[in-house]
Design a binder for this molecule. Sequence first.
Ligand code: DC
Length: 217
Amino acid sequence: MRFIVAIDGTAGSGKGTIGRAVSRHYNFKYLDTGLLYRAVAFNLRTITTEFSSISEKMILKSIKGIDKNLLELKELRNNEISEIASLLATNFCVREKLLDYQRNFANQKGGTVLDGRDIGTIVCPDADVKVYIDAEEGVRAKRRTIQFKKQNIEVTYQEVLRNLKKRDRQDRNRAIAPMLPSSDALMLDSTNMSIEESLGIIILRINEELKKITLNS
Ligand code: DC
């Protein structure tokens, strides 16, 4: 069996927390695709600061340098890397090179959960369940600031809010694979919802789809 759950949404909307919880619930494999863009940003920063004029060779070198240890680095989460990742995400070559990795991951046997910005629209348009999560930006910034504090990352609410707004604008308005809900996605506004409430709604939807597969097999 192959079963794909695609979770897209705005920065800090809780899609990562929810994606991980869904994967634990069903014992599905999980990929945070934003981390890939962050890892490329981290590696590229050691080669250049001119992110608007990067070569294919530099991109390939940065992608080759991605490994499990890098993906676990706390520094990948900071505001500076977030901003570079969002900028690099406008680059066609970066997106194209990361596409194969994401699709290979999604298509493994068993269930997979991927979260990002273009999973339901570009990476896995045939995903079994698609979700798009958003929340008011003030609420997202507050949640993110609390997360940073827990990880001992020094940052103010105002800095986080500025970063979220800038990235949302950039991610939404880029020419290639913009952040956008797929027309068949379950739309979730988590402004006034707990993680458990959002998770409950998504689980109901996944169960419905899993039931259809069982009935048809
Ligand atoms: O999900 P995140 O905040 O960690 O993602 C960091 C940046 O990476 C985000 O601002 C835009 C980019 N990104 C993307 O363009 N497409 C994805 N599927 C995931 C992330």
